[in-house]
Write a protein that binds this ligand. Structure first.
Ligand code: THU
Length: 129
């Protein structure tokens, strides 16, 4: 399954009544399974969650822990840049070289990597003594 197609398929299901900014995300895991997510907002604004976080949560609930590809899509002029928190969340489960496709509903795409999104990121190795 094309991962961008998977992100596009759930994009209309985003719950974004406050920002009106739907986002769809999909992650592929080592064994080939695809998990999708959408942003889910809340009347108490900080309680909202991003599409990437939803896909990661679904992956973890299925018992998987290794992301090998990521795709994110939104309706915006340029391919949607994941927020800082989602860059960190993706880096928890994906190596630096993992491909990330950022896209617009209108058809623009930008390819990058998890390391490209989060250079110099914090990880568990910094807690080793
Ligand atoms: N959002 C995502 O779900 N993922 C991103 O990569 C960027 C932003 C959501 C959060 C919020 O529901 C809306 O987009 C506007 O910030």
């Amino acid at each position: 399954m094309d991962l961008l197609d998977a992100a596009r398929a759930v994009f209309p299901n985003a719950y974004a009544p406050y920002s009106k900014f739907n986002v769809g995300a999909a992650v592929r895991t080592r064994n080939g399974t695809v998990f999708q997510g959408v942003n889910v907002e809340n009347a108490a604004y900080p309680e909202g969650t991003c599409a990437e976080a939803g896909a990661i949560a679904a992956m973890c609930a299925a018992g998987e822990r290794e992301i090998v590809e990521v795709a994110v899509i939104a309706d915006c002029p340029e391919p949607v840049p994941p927020c800082g928190g989602c860059r960190q969340k993706l880096a928890e489960f994906a190596g630096r070289d993992v491909k990330v496709t950022l896209a617009t509903i209108q058809g623009k795409t930008l390819e990058t990597t998890v390391g490209g999104l989060l250079p110099g990121g914090f990880d568990a190795s910094f807690m080793e003594t």
